[in-house]
Ligand binder design. Structure first.
Ligand SMILES: [Zn+2]
Ligand SMILES: [Zn+2]
Ligand SMILES: [Zn+2]
Length: 418
């Protein structure tokens, strides 16, 4: 391995995937020492991560796949490896166009959110690389564009992350924007009141229903998205007037029709998914109904039974839980690695649902269902937490760009409403 090839430390949330990987410069980027990073918005990336996009950095073949799993059904030329314990996406391998599954080892890449810093940098070390390691700074990670945006219909998160102006051609990244599965009921009248949700392998299939009287029953403090925990007094965060903030609009005469949604850049979301920006919808548990059955995972059939979401009663094998801190559980799909839920013991009846799994007919942002909070990226100040050098700077620039983009979207929406 050449001395000139920078090595980086990577990790997932549980630490099982911790290792050092060597970066790989595509030919045209070798002289500039710059790695172009492309955000992919394709259906498979959204539904296997639970996020609205994924991003990877090219690497040499990794030393170890210990503790990692991949969706055994993945027949496309992209294989996604994720941590079997915490669900974090770690590697992606493009299989090459020949159909040869094992021949081409040049096309590995690592999920950007797992990169901590230069090899030897421990997580949390506040070390500016460039000095301590003899001047060998990490290569510059450069945002190079969005691909496979068309399938999102509404652009997903792409309109808000505008670090470049020139769009990239789909296909440069090896992904194709595969068609979503045919709608089951979304096109019908009933479909207006039911939102289909699926992970990529369809082990997780459930429905979200419109807000109703029971949606008001839960009590909950405000999320960091609305009231920043670090900067707000406890008595404000606790939601003393028991506002039903997850229902949108919260106090309309006609009743709420949507749920709150937003973006999160906290360290745990990053290391549980592998990417810098998680997207969550806040949905009462009573409005979530799971498909449980032995039927084909391809479509809802009569053999399927719809059951209200009860984490204790779901059949084994549908969700795997990881306790990311005391009282906090994150669920992911054990087969395809999609993040699915976040919930905690203080508000057991409101759960965060990964927006990337939604199959709303109008588009990836599901705007007839979700009201996006644009005032803040939750835990934006956490973007570089536990990272150093170029990896930290990269994360901060992405999150700052997203925050700016969301604020201008809100201003535009305000103007059209007047
Ligand atoms: Zn892990
Ligand atoms: Zn993709
Ligand atoms: Zn799955």
């Amino acid at each position: 391995m050449s001395l000139n090839v920078p090595e980086v430390s990577i990790s997932c949330l549980c630490g099982a995937a911790k290792q050092v990987v060597a970066l790989r410069f595509p030919n045209e980027q070798a002289t500039s020492r710059q790695l172009n990073i492309i955000f992919c918005h394709c259906y498979a990336c959204r539904h296997s991560s639970g996020l609205l996009y994924t991003s990877y950095v090219p690497i040499q073949p990794p030393q170890s796949l210990d503790g990692l799993v991949h969706n055994p059904d993945e027949t496309a030329h992209v294989r996604r490896y994720f941590c079997g314990t915490c669900g974090c996406h770690i590697f992606q391998r493009e299989q090459g166009s020949s159909g040869d599954a094992v021949g081409d080892d040049r096309l590995w890449s690592v999920a950007t959110g797992t990169i901590i810093g230069r090899a030897g940098t421990e997580e949390g070390a506040d070390r500016e690389s460039g000095e301590a390691d003899g001047g060998k700074e990490l290569p510059f990670f450069k945002f190079a564009g969005h691909v496979n945006v068309a399938g999102t219909k509404d652009g997903g998160l792409s309109p808000f992350i505008n670090l470049v102006s020139a769009p990239r051609e789909p296909g440069v990244y090896g992904h194709t924007d595969e068609a979503p599965p045919p709608p089951t009921i979304s096109a019908t009248q009933e479909g207006k009141n039911v939102l289909e949700v699926r992970c990529h392998c369809r082990t997780n299939r459930f429905r979200i229903t419109r807000p109703d009287a029971s949606s008001r029953a839960p009590r909950s403090g405000f999320p960091d998205l609305m009231v920043p925990f670090a900067a707000s007094p406890r008595e404000v965060v606790s939601n003393p007037h028991t506002e039903k903030w997850w229902l949108r609009p919260p106090d309309s005469a006609a009743g709420p029709t949507r749920y709150l949604a937003g973006t999160c850049a906290c360290r745990s979301c990053r290391l549980a998914s592998g990417f810098e920006v998680q997207t969550w919808a806040f949905v009462p548990r009573c409005n979530i109904f799971f498909f449980c059955g032995t039927a084909s995972p391809d479509a809802a059939t009569s053999e399927d039974t719809l059951v209200p979401l009860d984490f204790a009663a779901l059949p084994k094998g549908i969700l795997r839980s990881y306790k990311s801190s005391s009282g906090v559980l994150r669920e992911f799909c054990p087969r395809c690695g999609a993040t699915v839920f976040w919930h905690d013991r203080w508000r057991p009846d409101i759960v965060d649902v990964s927006v990337g799994l939604l199959d709303a007919p109008e588009g990836a942002r599901a705007e007839t269902w979700l009201d996006w909070w644009c005032g803040r990226v939750s835990f934006a100040e956490d973007a570089g937490n536990g990272r150093s050098g170029g990896a930290a700077h990269w994360a901060q620039s992405v999150v700052e760009s997203l925050a700016r983009g969301l604020r201008s979207w809100e201003e535009e929406k305000g103007e059209t409403a007047v």
